[in-house]
Ligand binder design. Structure first.
Ligand code: SF4
Length: 133
């Protein structure tokens, strides 16, 4: 079975974009490396043959930095099946008042938030795995 694709937006210059990218890396490299992989959103958008072949019809999770949903929309446009779409601001409420860093670096609180977001996606990955058993 092919791996679940987990794809973040490429929000540059905003801490929400960095939180999205780092949380996806944490899922695909640390929490669920055998079940998931990520793909470069720029390759998805530009229609890189290899990436499009991988994403067409694939089960996908996206993590966006804002309600413009660039990752979700781009993955869907490339033929990916976005089964779960997340966005960082939906999880910010309990973290109000914390300093998470900037678009280029994360503070300790920022990394804790990344771990929480990655945990949410990892739980989803496990549920998706269960669905096909
Ligand atoms: S979803 Fe928002 S933060 Fe992410 S790339 Fe698009 S505009 Fe930027």
């Amino acid at each position: 079975m092919s791996k679940i694709k987990v794809i973040p937006c490429s929000g540059i210059g905003k801490v929400f974009g960095l939180l999205a990218r780092e949380s996806v890396l944490m899922v695909t490299q640390e929490k669920c490396p055998n079940e998931t992989e990520t793909l470069c959103l720029a390759h998805v958008v530009t229609g890189d043959d290899e990436v499009v072949a991988k994403i067409k019809g694939a089960r996908c999770i996206t993590m966006d930095g804002c309600s413009k949903y660039c990752a979700k929309k781009s993955v869907e446009a490339a033929g990916g099946e976005v089964e779960h779409s997340y966005k960082v601001p939906d999880y910010i409420k309990p973290h109000r008042g914390e300093d998470h860093g900037t678009g280029t670096y994360l503070t300790e609180d920022g990394w804790k938030f990344v771990d929480e977001l990655a945990g949410i996606m990892a739980k989803t990955v496990n549920e998706m795995q269960e669905e096909v058993k």
